[in-house]
Design a protein around this ligand. Structure first.
Ligand SMILES: [Zn+2]
Ligand SMILES: [Zn+2]
Ligand SMILES: [Zn+2]
Ligand SMILES: [Zn+2]
Length: 724
């Protein structure tokens, strides 16, 4: 797109007119500029990436290198890449599955291993590979304790061995392998799937995907927004919404964060077993059904563009195009302009297009809509020149001329691109449970860009009172604060006060969403996280807020003004604390005292010093002190970020691990001293579960290990108390 951007740099078309009409605007732009776009397309289409067995073999080799290093995640990933490049049904194609099955066997995911083997066996492969796979198949059944299938697999192996006329010693080798009976039968290592939560007080009749307590309201000042009719408690489930439309984030060789591991049609995990698109090299699916549905619905028009960088180049145009396709069959239906959003239904499970089509575009606020016109024109030119999209659809949709659909589709694309810019969500998935290892840190990765019309109605706050996370293509929204009946529900459009200062947030809100934020944080300077880093009032201990640059402060609580003379000295102390390596206990406690005398208790310095102290006492094995400072650390974070902030949950997870490992090292005879601590630890685990459950799609198995460990400690404690 770079050349086009340069070309149109001085080409500014404003959306700020009394009656913005995307049809007229697009038509004018398209007729004047389409030639340039055709040239641009010609250029990018000279460089196509096609199926290529040589490349597939190279990628498989890289996968093998990871396999040898026991890096199973990357080996699976590279076998997937290899599969994408392999010519369908070729030997290279079959080998990718064969190699995947080896990894899956290694990580004891026998179900998926069997699936890989069966796919591989359905293609042509050499007899030696076939024999290897049949033996692996038998071993899978043995591990899964499926006797009858195991017997059948063994028979198939023996038959093949007979057929191959192997030398005696080879025959023996294989037959012996089959005779080994596994001593410890294992169950399959597939992590159980976690069911979706249940909406508070059932689903609404009027508001699709929302809890029945939620209502849409529309006022002049606040526009459309969402309120609750009942009091909400932390954890109440407010929305469970399937994406109206989404597009996976496309692989970019320079970005290692994006991995090809999700089904392009349903966003299921497809790293272990997947099938590739038969034509392009960038798309995988979880099964054949997803592949054929996807082809019918959208991929038949996308696939050619996937052979170049076309869809990557047009960015948000890709998901907008997918939404556009959903409007085709209903002739891009709209809600009537006087639609009453308060009284009439919002959302229609079978045809949600007209509700998606009612989302704001903000055209009338945009200084410059050239970029949107460029993206829409690029898509239209691509469809016109490289696909039979218009030929196929114009008569089917009763357009008189093909050109009518060409222009109209461009206008709809413009609108949808604008709607995506101000309403779309980046769909994140949790990546931690890879290989079913709940011990890994929680890590989320962006997987797609999607649109959720019902959720989009919520207004923004820099401090949202909900959490939002995703499972496949479903968004789940929960309350993270109590909200009184009649209160408004706020999402955060990205300008979170924990990560951006007020100026940055205002720029984001105005620049992308065209409003001035007046949320609780933006209208209360003392709540800004950076203003917690201050001194406490000598009069009442309240928060001092800087009133002028020369160290004049005013207390938020009692309004008393202070002129702090020793500010420099404390600040020096603080910076010393941050830079001193291996500080002694005495030094740390002296520091803490000094900070306690002068700093506001929500100051980030306390988080820092408490963290150092917990580390110090973990190393020393001093459980009482470790507990004391862990609690102070958590309480300080809660007071800064909110009781149910995700960071608090993650911190708890780390602290629980430290405390547990300390307790575990204690002698049996000493355990009674820590009765209170062990009880508190169970409480901490419950706390952590509750908080993390608000932000991630977690099941009990994610906490099994730590709960078991804490349970074991309690058990030991009870025995020791009985023995007394
Ligand atoms: Zn799928
Ligand atoms: Zn394709
Ligand atoms: Zn705000
Ligand atoms: Zn005060």
């Amino acid at each position: 797109m770079e050349n086009l951007s340069v070309f149109f740099r001085n080409h500014i078309i404003s959306g700020k007119t009394d009656h913005f009409d995307e049809y007229v605007t697009f038509k004018k732009f398209f007729l004047a500029n389409s030639g340039t776009f055709y040239t641009w397309l010609d250029r990018i289409f000279t460089n196509k990436t096609l199926k290529n067995n040589i490349r597939a073999n190279e990628l498989r080799k890289t996968g093998n290198e990871y396999y040898i290093k026991k890096d199973y995640e990357n080996s699976l990933l590279f076998y997937t890449y290899s599969l994408c490049f392999a010519e369908p049904k070729s030997e290279s194609y079959a080998l990718s599955y064969s190699n995947k099955s080896a990894v899956l066997f290694e990580i004891e995911d026998f179900e998926q291993c069997l699936e890989s083997i069966n796919i591989c066996l359905s293609y042509k492969c050499s007899d030696s590979i076939k024999l290897k796979l049949l033996i692996r198949k038998a071993e899978c059944y043995r591990n899964l304790n499926r006797q009858k299938e195991f017997d059948n697999a063994v028979n198939a192996c023996e038959e093949l061995i007979r057929f191959l006329h192997l030398k005696e010693f080879e025959r023996e080798k294989y037959l012996n392998k089959l005779k080994v009976v596994s001593k410890n039968l294992k169950t399959s290592n597939q992590s159980p799937s976690v069911p979706l939560p249940i909406l508070k007080d059932d689903a609404s009749d009027l508001y699709l995907y929302a809890s029945s307590v939620l209502k849409i309201r529309e006022t002049k000042e606040r526009g459309r927004h969402v309120i609750t009719e009942k009091k909400l408690n932390v954890g109440d489930v407010l929305f469970i919404e399937k994406a109206f439309s989404f597009a996976p984030i496309l692989l970019d060789e320079s970005d290692t964060e994006i991995k090809l591991s999700k089904c392009f049609y349903c966003l299921s995990d497809a790293l272990k077993v997947c099938i590739p698109c038969l034509s392009c090299t960038k798309v995988i699916y979880c099964n054949k059904k997803c592949r054929s549905e996807s082809w019918k619905e959208c991929h038949q028009w996308e696939c050619l563009g996937m052979q170049t960088n076309f869809w990557q180049e047009i960015g948000v145009g890709f998901p907008a195009f997918r939404a556009f396709l959903k409007g085709l069959s209903s002739h891009f239906e709209r809600l009537p302009s006087n639609y009453d959003f308060e009284m009439c239904p919002f959302g229609d499970e079978t045809n949600n297009y007209r509700f998606f089509n009612a989302l704001v575009t903000n055209f009338c606020h945009m200084e410059n809509i050239t970029k949107i016109l460029i993206i829409a024109t690029a898509i239209v030119c691509y469809l016109e020149k490289y696909t039979d999209f218009y030929v196929f659809n114009y008569s089917k949709l009763n357009y008189e001329k093909k050109e009518d659909l060409v222009i109209e589709s461009g206008a709809h694309l413009c609108k949808h691109i604008a709607q995506f810019i101000c309403n779309a969500n980046v769909i994140h998935h949790l990546s931690s449970n890879f290989l079913n290892n709940p011990e890994m840190p929680f890590n989320v990765i962006p997987v797609a860009c999607g649109i959720f019309p019902s959720i989009s109605i919520m207004n923004h706050s820099c401090k949202p009172n909900i959490s939002l996370y995703f499972e496949k293509d479903v968004a789940i929204v929960k309350a993270v604060e109590t909200v009184e009946a009649g209160g408004e529900i706020f999402n955060c459009y990205g300008a979170n006060y924990l990560f951006y200062n007020k100026l940055e947030r205002q720029e984001k809100c105005e620049g992308v969403y065209h409003f001035t934020c007046d949320c609780i944080i933006c209208s209360n300077p003392h709540l800004e996280i950076e203003n917690y880093d201050t001194f406490s009032c000598k009069n009442c201990g309240g928060q001092l807020l800087k009133t002028s640059p020369d160290y004049n402060f005013k207390c938020v609580n009692c309004s008393q003004a202070s002129k702090l003379v020793h500010v420099g000295e404390i600040e020096e102390k603080v910076s010393e604390l941050y830079s001193k390596p291996n500080p002694s206990e005495k030094y740390l406690l002296a520091c803490l005292k000094r900070l306690n005398d002068d700093l506001y208790p929500k100051h980030s310095c306390f988080v820092h010093i408490y963290a150092i102290l917990t580390e110090y006492y973990t190393e020393k094995g001093d459980i009482k002190e470790l507990f004391k400072y862990s609690k102070l650390l958590c309480d300080t974070e809660k007071s800064r970020l909110g009781d149910y902030n995700m960071q608090v949950g993650i911190k708890l997870k780390t602290l629980i691990k430290c405390i547990h490992s300390c307790l575990e090292k204690k002698e049996f005879g000493d355990i009674q001293q820590y009765r209170k601590e062990i009880e508190d630890l169970s409480q901490m685990v419950d706390d952590m579960k509750k908080i993390l459950g608000l932000y991630f799609h977690l099941g009990n198995h994610h906490f099994e290990k730590i709960e078991f460990a804490v349970g074991a400690l309690r058990f030991v404690l009870q025995i020791s108390l009985k023995n007394q």
